[in-house]
Design a protein around this ligand. Structure first.
Ligand SMILES: [Zn+2]
Length: 287
């Protein structure tokens, strides 16, 4: 006899069975509701954007967040580390939105707590930007920017890795490969990651970030060789971090096609082309 726990439930259960199930679900709802209320008493949940007591992100703010990220755009022009002096693009980047309002508030709150609801909303937004950038014609691999050792110790998780792991890829687009192939280089004396950016000017930041990443040792690092890579990060500011990730991938034999971020701190300039309106094929390719 087959184990009843392993037998798939019929799609359309018999009527009486459905009634039992309904009653059970009602009781379950009551219990779950009561439990949620107890939890809410202990830990009041407030919207991270407007402070309304509801969910970590209330429906109104979630709607605004979706509006802010409806049109992923090419964002590299605002980042000096990603543009050459003659104005040509060194590394094309697609951002889901501008780092402001509900988008910046959600990202900050998510990075602080790794909160479940924010994770699912931001994962969808990231997947949307990746879909806009990644045509699916080539076999691309997504490479997340590594978190510094200090930030990881403080938070206990890496926000970008968490978002990529939770990203809902649409059924129509092929699931991209994901390769956690970069590491931060540690200072041999302090054990801290190199390339901390706090309180540094733009030039200092670029210099300090250079050499702060490397490919992972062993199979993960070797897997970069000859692969078409898209770098993934949360926020684009000067672009120094993405440029360093690109350098480390290139050094390991990978081919960097571009990067995708949740948000860019600078709005696209007038000449920038929206990610979605570009020609098919390699949409991340430098124009
Ligand atoms: Zn709200």
């Amino acid at each position: 006899m087959a184990d009843p726990d392993l037998v798939a439930e019929p799609l359309w259960p018999a009527r009486h069975r459905g009634e039992h199930r309904q009653r059970f679900l009602r009781v379950w709802d009551l219990l779950a509701g009561a439990a949620a209320e107890v939890v809410a008493l202990v830990l009041p949940v407030e919207c991270v954007c407007c402070g309304k007591e509801d969910l970590a992100l209330c429906p109104g703010c979630e709607r605004r967040l979706r509006m802010l990220t409806r049109h992923p755009f090419r964002a590299e022009t605002g980042s000096p580390a990603l543009m050459d002096t003659d104005g040509s693009v060194i590394l094309p980047v697609v951002a889901a939105g501008i780092y402001r309002e509900e988008l910046s508030q959600s990202i900050l709150a998510f990075k602080r707590h790794g909160q479940g609801q924010l994770r699912s909303v931001l994962s969808k937004i990231l997947a949307g930007a990746l879909a806009a950038a990644y045509s699916g014609t080539d076999r691309m691999v997504l490479v997340p920017v590594p978190t510094s050792a200090g930030a990881y110790r403080k938070r206990g998780f890496s926000p970008v890795h968490l978002l990529l792991a939770g990203a809902p890829w649409s059924v129509s687009s092929r699931h991209p490969d994901y390769l956690d192939a970069l590491c931060k280089v540690r200072n041999p004396r302090t054990g801290n990651s190199l390339g901390g950016q706090k309180g540094l000017g733009r030039g200092d930041r670029s210099r300090r970030v250079r050499g702060s990443m490397r490919s992972a040792r062993g199979a993960r690092g070797r897997a970069l060789r000859g692969r078409q890579c898209i770098i993934v990060d949360d926020v684009l500011t000067t672009g120094a971090t993405l440029a360093e990730a690109a350098r480390a991938i290139h050094e390991a034999g990978g081919i960097v096609r571009g990067a995708v971020v949740l948000a860019a701190t600078r709005p696209p300039d007038a000449a920038a082309v929206p990610a979605q309106s570009r020609q098919s094929g390699d949409r991340l390719g430098a124009s």
